[in-house]
Design a protein around this ligand. Structure first.
Ligand code: A2P
Length: 396
């Protein structure tokens, strides 16, 4: 009988094909075709360099196998196979049947970056990867509008893409990929860059087959400059849709606590628009902590201020207003600790965090502090919420 081994895999349903893992892998053990991103079993040395860079947690998948899945098998997957029962009779649901070496492997296989992301139980079923890299959809630019003030140092834009007769269904919280034209420094076609969709499922304009993106121009950024310079009528190659966990609960009682910086606001704009268009039916309120440098550089500052506070409680915080102390989202969470603690105690609460990776640590510390007053340690609460599909993080 073959000795079982641990195999590192990527969940194709959750992966948003941002290729960060591929760039982070120091030994070239991760590769892709037009469909999936996969791990070479014989090359992966479990160095874990790819784990923290993945914005979705789809990289954090492990199986104990007697024969590793081949690249061809992985390329063909639309979903990850369950842990198979091993010839020894062992599977993860029957730990008593395991010999200790396999038990250790399986326990180890579940030690990852912090648990598997799960969609809200009531979320709609998303479509994923309908247009892979090898067969992108072609969208037409319908609009390109600057969202930040003329004096703001950041150029953030609302880009509207129309899909015409092509079916491109997206749910709020999903992302799509844009393939910049031309070749990279190695003479290969550029990989798609990922952007969160900032419009609701029925379109930026209701019942139009269009989506919007919120894109910040990055100095020297190949794709962000391409996107920010697009003109009405331009044609764009689009992959996706991607993402199967960072989704809006359909349950109208679900309360949303959304925490973001900068363009991390994109999915929350989609969530808010969806709920506004649907009408508030079940009492699920929404609270937003949004951090930016100045009001001028906060995307959607004007429109957000117009959303009534009975629909959305807004905490917009600024870090670079001259003469005013710097404030981050986590600082404001502590100021609003009583309200946040009340939300944490509610089993209808869903938490979403989106934006700069750097904010995660500060937000985590704020939650630790606030959860103390609820009597449940934050780590326990967070892991339970994640397991119930009520805790979602997408940072980059
Ligand atoms: P800062 O003034 O320190 O850069 P950006 O404009 O770069 O997209 O950032 C959006 C906001 O996030 C800015 O106000 C920025 O503040 C803030 N920010 C930067 N680092 C952190 C962090 N570690 N935690 C929370 N907010 C942060």
């Amino acid at each position: 009988m073959k000795q079982p081994v641990k195999q590192h895999l990527i969940d194709p349903e959750i992966c948003i094909r941002c290729h960060s893992c591929e760039a982070a892998c120091p030994i070239g053990a991760i590769e892709h075709n037009g469909n999936n991103v996969v791990v070479k079993a014989e090359a992966c040395n479990f160095c874990m360099a790819c784990i923290p860079v993945c914005p979705t947690g789809s990289i954090d998948e492990w199986r104990v196998v007697e024969t590793p899945y081949t690249l061809d098998e992985q390329y063909g997957w639309t979903e990850l196979p369950a842990q198979a029962t091993l010839a020894s009779g062992a599977d993860e649901d029957a730990p008593e049947a395991l010999d200790s070496a396999v038990a250790e492997l399986l326990a180890d296989a579940h030690k990852g970056a912090g648990g598997k992301a799960k969609a809200p139980a009531s979320a709609s079923k998303p479509s994923v990867n309908l247009y892979p890299m090898g067969k992108p959809a072609q969208a037409t630019v319908q609009g390109n509008y600057r969202l930040t003030g003329e004096n703001a140092d950041a150029d953030v834009r609302l880009i509207i893409l129309d899909f015409g007769a092509q079916r491109f269904p997206v749910l709020e919280g999903q992302s799509l990929g844009i393939i910049p034209p031309g070749l990279d420094k190695d003479g290969k076609p550029h990989l798609p860059r990922l952007y969160s969709v900032s419009s609701p499922r029925d379109g930026e304009r209701p019942n139009y087959n269009n989506v919007s993106l919120t894109v910040k121009r990055a100095p020297g950024g190949v794709c962000s400059n391409y996107v920010c310079d697009l003109k009405k009528g331009d044609k764009v190659d689009v992959t996706g849709p991607f993402g199967a966990t960072f989704l809006l609960p359909e349950d109208p009682k679900a309360r949303l606590l959304m925490i973001c910086t900068g363009t991390g606001s994109a999915p929350f704009r989609a969530f808010t628009m969806r709920r506004q268009r649907e009408g508030l039916r079940g009492g699920g309120d929404m609270t937003l902590f949004f951090g930016a440098r100045t009001p001028d550089s906060l995307p959607y500052f004007g429109p957000l201020n117009k959303v009534p506070s009975r629909i959305l409680r807004k905490h917009m915080v600024f870090s670079r207003i001259p003469g005013v102390p710097k404030e981050y989202v986590q600082d404001r969470m502590l100021v609003e600790a009583e309200d946040v603690a009340e939300m944490l105690a509610d089993p209808n609460l869903h938490i979403y965090i989106c934006g700069l990776r750097g904010m995660e640590e500060g937000v985590e510390k704020a939650f630790v502090n606030i959860a103390e007053s609820t009597g449940t340690p934050w780590a326990t609460l967070r892991d339970a919420m994640r397991g119930e599909g009520r805790y979602h993080v997408e940072t980059y």
